[in-house]
Design a protein around this ligand. Structure first.
Ligand code: NAD
Length: 484
């Protein structure tokens, strides 16, 4: 990345200080490709300072806050997020390139995470365990210490909301490293955390490159846990770096999630939901249903319905509020184009594509949504995560074939099953390897209350829902011998 001296320069938040660095990274507007600002290029020294600030907070003011008061602080932060929802939505929309309406939804979910986990902060109970005569044994959940959070660029508010709120609720101190392309909502969250009254060091944000600040955080011996959301390749690096210090990790990685459609499905609802799932955020959604597996006898009619919907999809600038905005950066645009070139080279039929608004700026990273038909289950387009608005349609003969194809990738994040036969739906829900299965619906982005995470190459550990709280705590067993 180039250095920039653009005056719209941001600072990061370490301890109680707003910190600048000599070197900076550019903030690029995906709608135009223009540099519109700069963020600090934090590295190992800044990560170390943030981890120290977190440890000092735990040994001091933050460690002394009881669970109910922690919850109140999170609820206060939720109120401030709601107050600034419009500002946050505009920041995120411009930074990621997503249509403003979609960013407004993200801002609402962001507040909701702090509400949900604020309410839960004093409700995580241990147990008493029947044991030998003359003993009382109990378990207690304690904070782990300083937790590291490395997040991607596609849903910054939602992803930092789910992991940061759960960790703070359990009494940990947080060091957050947002993605270098989209750090601005994290910096705004730091301002709000300061205003809400979190003690110094409880919440820290270090901006910077993945291979510098991110790697320094994952490998820091002073942290107790890493929550990583991003690609499987970087997830493996993060797990190895944390493993050298025996630090546990939660990995929320990619997906190639199947949408399975049988002849008895509610067809219109299925087609509308599947189209929305892959076009939302221009397909840059880890849980997007990016493969549609269609029972052979309705393949033609269902793909015709999907094709009509794809032709109606429109792409424009974020504030035009069409179906899709630009993708996040030039590398992502090129990655999607490589898969489309591969489809053409291999003779896969393009069944439909969306259209580009006439007046989009020439330097922006725009990609038209594409529906590709008759993709063999083993083809790279049916196996690899494209992370763009590209839906691949695959024919399946029957239930057994659908189950085989659904499980025939290395991923296991989410699945959708569309059928009126509930017994069949439940057989598939049990048989499909995934962290979440939706029957006759598909909750691609929502579901704050629903535990979420992957199997296989989609990662391990669970975030969202009450379950996440246990991942951000350490369980201690206390055995007391008091006699009878
Ligand atoms: P990425 O893995 O390139 O980057 C994610 C984060 O890791 C960024 O903050 C980056 O700076 C950091 N990073 C990069 N190199 C690092 C290193 N060596 N050490 C430590 N940190 C490093 O992913 P991306 O391109 O930002 O996001 C796209 C990927 O994320 C897709 O695969 C997508 O499916 C996945 N994703 C998963 C979920 C989920 O919840 N399962 C959610 C969103 C995105």
């Amino acid at each position: 990345m180039n250095q920039t001296t653009n005056p719209t320069s941001h600072r990061m938040f370490i301890g109680a200080e707003w910190v600048a660095t000599e070197q900076t990274l550019p903030v690029v507007d995906p709608a135009t490709g223009a540099v519109v600002g700069a963020i600090p290029r934090g590295g190992a020294a800044e990560i170390d300072a943030a981890v120290r600030a977190g440890r000092a907070a735990l040994a001091g003011a933050w460690g002394a806050v009881d669970a109910t008061s922690r919850g109140r602080l999170l609820l206060r932060l939720a109120e401030l997020i709601r107050r600034d929802a419009d500002i946050l939505a505009r920041i995120e929309s411009a930074d990621v390139g997503k249509p403003l309406g979609q960013a407004r939804g993200d801002a609402a979910a962001f507040a909701r995470y702090f509400e949900y986990y604020g309410g839960a902060a004093d409700k995580v109970h241990g147990e008493t365990i029947p044991f030998l005569q003359g003993y009382t044994v109990m378990t207690v959940y304690e904070p782990i210490g300083v937790t590291g959070h490395i997040i991607p660029w596609n849903y910054p508010m939602q992803i930092m909301g789910r992991s940061v709120a759960a960790s703070l609720a359990m009494g940990n101190a947080v060091v957050l490293k947002p993605a270098e392309d989209t750090s601005l909502s994290a910096l705004h969250l730091a301002r709000l955390a300061e205003e809400a009254g979190f003690p110094a060091g409880a919440f820290n944000v270090v901006t910077g490159l993945g291979e510098e600040a991110g790697a320094a955080l994952a490998g820091h011996p002073g942290i107790g846990h890493v929550s990583f959301t991003g690609s499987p390749e970087v997830g493996a690096l993060v797990q190895a770096a944390a493993g050298r210090n025996s630090v546990p990790v939660t990995l929320e990685l990619g997906g190639k999630s199947p949408q399975v459609v049988f002849a008895d499905a509610p067809m219109e609802e299925a087609a509308a939901t599947i189209t929305r799932g892959i076009s939302q955020n221009s397909g840059q959604t880890c849980s997007a249903g990016s493969r549609v597996l269609i029972e052979d006898r309705v393949y033609d009619s269902f793909t015709q319905d999907l094709a009509a919907r794809f032709r109606a999809l429109r792409v424009g600038t974020p504030d035009q509020e069409l179906d899709c905005g630009p993708v996040v950066n030039a590398a992502q645009q090129q990655r999607i184009q490589r898969y489309l070139d591969m489809a053409r080279r291999d003779g896969l039929p393009v069944l439909a594509e969306g259209s580009l608004a006439g007046n989009v700026p020439p330097g922006g990273y725009y990609v038209k949504p594409v529906l590709i038909g008759d993709v063999p289950a083993e083809h790279p387009l049916a196996q690899e995560e494209i992370f763009g608005p590209v839906l691949v349609a695959i024919r399946v003969r029957d239930e057994a074939d659908a189950l085989r194809v659904a499980n025939a990738t290395s991923y296991g994040l989410v699945a959708g099953v569309w059928t009126a036969d509930i017994a069949r739906a439940l057989r598939l829900a049990r048989g499909i390897s995934a962290g979440q299965v939706f029957i006759n619906n598909f909750g691609a982005a929502g579901g704050i209350e629903l535990p979420f995470g992957g199997t296989r190459r989609s990662g391990h550990g669970r975030e969202k829902g009450f379950e996440a709280l246990y991942g951000f705590a350490t369980l201690k067993t206390i055995a007391i011998k008091h006699g009878v």
